[in-house]
Design a protein. Structure first.
Length: 557
C-alpha cells in the first residue's frame, strides 16, 4: 500500500507543473461505528480537517464491517461500490485526492498544506436547494476548465450529513459524533461521465436530486462533489455546496440539450422536432434564433422570444421541415443568435441526428409490449399520412406483464406509430422494467425501446404487393377464421423448407408448437389443431427457414 506520507514527495514535484486554479483537497474515509481503531483515530482526524476546512473537505463511507453501524445499513450499496473502487480491506482507511492512501494518523498538517499548493485544472462550485416540502435536495455542479486536461473523467456527487450526534454510541467503539457521513451518491456511486478532453474555457454542468431518506437533521445536509480520473483515480478538484447562485462562465450562452418529437425513421418527407434548450449564461435570454436543415437543404429559421432565467430550460416546437427522404438522412439544428448576438460558447449549440428510411410491413404489424409498474399510463396509436388515427391500444391493466397486439394498416402509404406514457417517464429504466418491440409482418423488428418521455414516434411504410400473385406469395392464410377445433393453413414457400407453427396466447406465451415437417417450394397447405384450447384470440407464427409469417386467429371452442 502506498502511504500518504510517501506520497508527499510526488506532490512536491507536481506543484512545479502549471498554476491555474486553487485546489480543495479531497479526503475519503472508510470508517465504522463498531471499529475500535476508528474510535481511537477519528477524533484527532476530525479535529485536523475542521482546523483546515478552508483547504480540504471530506466524505465518510460507513462500511458493513466489522460490526453494527446504522449509517451503513441506510445505504450499503453506494459504500460497497467505493470500497471496491479503492480495494479497501480494513478500517479506518483514508484516501487523499484519490491516490494517497493510509490510516488517519498518517495525515498531517504539512501534508494537507503541500497538496493544497498543487494547482487544479478546474474550478468547481455546487449550489444546493431544498424543495419547498423539504423532502428532496437538489444540486447543480458547475466545473470550469482552466488548463487543458484529458482522461477518463467522472463527476462524483455525494449528499452528506455534516454532523450526526447520537446520545448513546450506535456501535461498539464508543463514538457518538460522526462527520460528513455519506447518505447517497447521486445518481449512483459510479458518478456521471464527463467528456474525455477539456480545453481552457470549457465547462460542464451536472444536475441531480435525492429524495430524503433516513436523515437525522435536515439542516445538516450538504453536497460534496469532486472530479475524478477513473484511469489513475486522481481527483482533480473538489467542492462543498452552498445555497448561493452560481456564477456562470459566460453571459450569453444557451445549450441545446436534446431534440425530441421526431421519428428516427422517415417516409413522410417531413420532420418537426421539439428542442430542449437551457440558459447556461448569466444574462436572462429574451430571444434566440434557431436554424435547422435536413440533408444540407435550405436552412429554416425560427425566432423564439421569451424570458429564460439562468439554468432554466424550455422546449421549443419547431415548424415542420420538408425534404426528400433518402436511405439515411441527417438532421442538423443549431442556435444562431442569443439575445441578438453570437452565442459566447458555441461548442454546445448544435444537435445532429441520423434519420433512417422507414421500415416496411404489409397490412399489419405486431406489438410486443412488456408493461412497467404503471400500465394504466401506457397507450399507443397509429396515424395515417392525413393524421387520422386508424388503430390504437391501451391503457393496460396488468403491471410487469407481457402483451401482444396486432397493429392494423389499411390503404398503403406512410404511417406514424407512437407509444405514449402519460406520466412522461417512459416505460423502462429508473426502476422500471418495461419495453416494447414493433415487428413487421415478415418478422423484422421495426422499432424497439422504452426509454422516452411522453411519446416515442416512429414512421413505418405499408408496402402492398404489386400483384395478386405476389400477395398470395407474401404470407399465409388461415381458414376458416374464426374456427373451432381445426383450421387450414395455406402458405407459399420460396424454397423447400421445414415448417414449424407456433401458437401464442394474448400474453405472448407459446401455448403450442407444431412441427409440420418438410414441404417443397410453392403453394402448400397443412392443418392446425386447436382442440382443447380455450376460446380467444391467438397469434399464429409460421417459421420456414428465413421465411416468417404471422397472423391473428380466433378460436371458438
Amino acid at each position: 500500500m502506498k502511504k500518504i506520507i510517501l506520497y508527499l514527495f510526488f506532490l512536491a514535484i507536481a506543484s512545479f507543473g502549471f498554476s491555474q486554479s486553487q485546489r480543495l483537497v479531497m479526503f475519503e474515509e472508510f470508517t465504522q461505528a463498531s471499529c475500535g481503531p476508528c474510535g481511537q483515530d477519528n477524533p484527532a482526524f476530525d479535529a485536523l480537517l475542521s482546523q483546515d476546512s478552508a483547504m480540504c473537505t471530506s466524505i465518510r463511507y460507513h462500511t458493513s464491517w466489522p460490526g453494527v453501524d446504522p449509517m451503513n445499513a441506510q445505504n450499503p450499496t453506494d459504500v460497497a461500490v467505493r470500497v471496491s473502487y479503492y480495494q479497501v480491506s480494513y478500517v479506518p482507511y483514508v484516501v487523499m485526492d484519490g491516490t494517497g492512501e493510509g490510516v488517519p494518523p498518517y495525515v498531517t498538517q504539512a501534508m494537507i498544506t503541500a497538496e493544497y499548493a498543487v494547482p487544479s485544472s478546474f474550478t468547481l462550485s455546487i449550489r444546493q436547494q431544498l424543495s419547498s416540502g423539504q423532502d428532496t435536495i437538489y444540486f447543480t455542479m458547475l466545473g470550469v476548465c482552466t488548463d487543458s486536461v484529458t482522461g477518463n473523467l467522472v463527476a462524483q456527487n455525494g449528499v452528506i450529513e455534516k454532523h450526526i450526534h447520537f446520545n448513546t454510541p450506535p456501535g461498539s467503539n464508543g463514538e457518538t459524533d460522526f462527520y460528513n457521513v455519506m447518505k447517497k451518491m447521486v445518481p449512483t456511486a459510479n458518478g456521471t461521465n464527463l467528456p474525455t478532453s477539456f480545453q481552457s474555457g470549457d465547462y460542464f454542468i451536472v444536475q441531480g436530486s435525492w429524495k430524503l431518506a433516513n436523515v437525522y437533521q435536515i439542516s445538516e445536509l450538504a453536497v460534496v462533489g469532486f472530479i475524478q480520473n477513473n484511469t489513475n483515480k486522481d481527483i482533480l478538484q473538489a467542492a462543498n455546496s452552498d445555497t448561493n447562485a452560481l456564477t456562470m462562465p459566460y453571459n450569453d450562452d444557451v445549450q441545446l440539450m436534446a431534440a425530441t418529437n421526431y421519428s428516427p425513421t422517415n417516409c413522410s418527407g417531413s420532420v418537426a422536432p421539439a428542442i430542449t434548450i437551457r440558459n447556461n449564461g448569466n444574462y436572462t435570454v429574451t430571444s434566440m434564433t434557431i436554424k435547422y436543415t435536413v440533408n444540407n437543404g435550405s436552412l429554416a429559421t425560427y425566432t423564439w422570444n421569451g424570458n429564460l432565467l439562468t439554468l432554466q430550460q424550455t422546449v421549443i416546437n419547431l415548424p415542420a421541415y420538408t425534404f426528400s427522404p433518402q436511405s439515411s438522412n441527417t438532421l442538423l439544428i443549431y442556435a444562431d443568435k442569443v439575445n441578438g448576438i453570437n452565442d459566447q460558447y458555441p461548442k454546445n449549440d448544435t444537435i445532429t441526428a441520423t434519420i433512417a428510411s422507414a421500415p416496411v410491413t404489409t397490412n399489419y404489424a405486431l406489438l410486443y409490449l412488456h408493461t412497467d409498474n404503471l400500465p394504466q399510463d401506457i397507450t399507443w396509436n397509429l396515424k395515417n399520412s392525413s393524421g387520422t388515427i386508424v388503430d390504437s391500444g391501451g391503457p393496460y391493466a396488468l403491471p410487469n406483464h407481457s402483451y401482444v397486439d396486432t397493429v392494423h394498416l389499411n390503404g398503403g402509404g406512410c404511417y406514424t406509430f407512437t407509444m405514449y406514457d402519460s406520466d412522461g417517464q417512459g416505460i423502462c429504466c429508473s426502476n422500471r422494467n418495461g419495453g416494447y418491440e414493433l415487428v413487421s409482418s415478415t418478422g423484422s423488428v421495426m422499432r424497439q425501446g422504452g426509454s422516452f418521455g411522453y411519446s416515442d414516434p416512429t414512421e413505418i411504410k405499408q408496402n402492398w404487393p404489386a400483384s395478386t400473385e405476389q400477395l398470395e406469395k407474401s404470407g399465409m392464410k388461415v381458414y376458416p377464421n374464426p374456427f373451432s377445433q381445426e383450421a387450414n393453413v395455406a402458405f407459399y414457400l420460396v424454397n423447400p423448407e421445414n415448417v414449424i407453427l407456433y401458437l401464442y396466447n394474448s400474453t405472448g406465451q407459446v401455448v403450442r408448437t407444431y412441427d409440420k415437417g418438410n414441404f417443397p417450394a410453392g403453394n402448400q397447405k397443412c392443418t392446425l389443431d386447436a382442440s382443447n384450447l380455450p376460446s380467444g384470440i391467438y397469434l399464429l407464427k409460421m417459421q420456414a427457414g428465413s421465411q416468417v409469417h404471422i397472423c391473428k386467429i380466433f378460436v371458438n371452442n
